[in-house]
Design a protein around this ligand. Sequence first.
Ligand SMILES: [Zn+2]
Length: 131
Amino acid sequence: MFPSRIWREMPQRYRLEASICKKCGKRFYPPRLICDQCGFRKFESYNLPEEGKLQTFTVIRIPASQFSDQSPYAIGIVKFDDSLQLMAQIVDCDVDKLKIGQKVRLEFRRIQTDKSHGVLSYAYKLVPKWY
Ligand SMILES: [Zn+2]
């Protein structure tokens, strides 16, 4: 990814900034320019809640070769209090102990280093809250 794009996307990546359509109220993360529900172009930004609930998940035990060092790993869909849903990898957990309804939070993790530009890039991942 180019450094300019990384800088442009900083608010949503680092502050979990999402947007809400001013006309129909649909919520988006990452933010969009046009609402896919009503076509409106004005949004208000808000920060995602710190945690959501795991709606469903699947465990990948035979991954594509570039992810073989992470196997087994889980991919899940998290729903936040305000109805927005996201899909992401679930990390820092024993995949056999995951449960639907479990509380999870979004965290940024490094995913790759761009060697030619010296830029580290990150993505959000889900981290279960164990009590
Ligand atoms: Zn809308």
